[in-house]
Write a protein that binds this ligand. Structure first.
Ligand code: QAP
Ligand code: CO
Length: 173
């Protein structure tokens, strides 16, 4: 299975993702292919809609202190529901679907997420720090929301101008 990253302003990224109901080999192939495209693209998190599959799937693989991303650290989250959120934190976020742009985004500091693993087993995870931020960022993708949608009106306008300029540069090189 070959997957490509869908980039803003592609309208696909606005689609709402549907729950996964079959925990079969086809799902496992999609999860494996998502991991490969994420690592290849130097990402730490990816939602299925970013590879054009409108399924409630997200994967996260935070780097270790040695800046490695061993597959043992991979977290696969299917059909997530955030059941607790508290506190506040700010982090300079990026997104594989919005290349070369980073902005400070406010998030909850602590979350609890209930979800299913690749076999359909029910799990619960309490997260803080970068993991909490990553889960909230990817969870937003399932509802068609990008981190740039959270910017103030003036920062969003600045983004649109900057992003168009960078895309033109890419087309000319
Ligand atoms: C989401 O983001 C995230 O612009 C994952 O040129 C964001 O993996 C999790 C990336 C903030 C936690 C905190 C972005 C790679 C990767 C780029 C990513 C780029 C190359 C973003
Ligand atoms: Co993203």
């Amino acid at each position: 299975m070959i997957l490509n990253i869908v980039e803003y302003p592609n309208k696909k990224l606005k689609e709402k993702s549907k729950p996964v109901d079959k925990f079969d080999q086809q799902l496992h192939k999609l999860l494996d292919a998502m991991y490969h495209v994420m690592i290849e693209s130097r990402g730490i998190g990816l939602a299925a809609i970013q590879v054009a599959h409108a399924k409630q799937i997200l994967i996260i693989n935070l780097p270790t202190e040695e800046d490695e991303q061993p597959i043992d650290n991979l977290i696969e989250i299917i059909n997530p529901v955030i059941t607790h959120k508290s506190g506040e934190t700010t982090y300079q976020e990026g997104c594989l679907s919005v290349p070369s742009f980073y902005e400070d985004i406010n998030r909850f500091e602590y979350i609890t997420v209930n979800y299913q693993d690749r076999h359909g087993n029910t799990k619960s995870l309490e997260a803080d720090g970068l993991l909490s931020i990553a889960i909230q960022h990817e969870y937003d993708h399932l509802n068609g929301v990008l981190f740039i949608d959270k910017l103030s009106y003036s920062r969003r306008k600045k983004f649109e101008k900057e992003y168009k300029r960078v895309q033109k540069e890419k087309n000319n090189s």
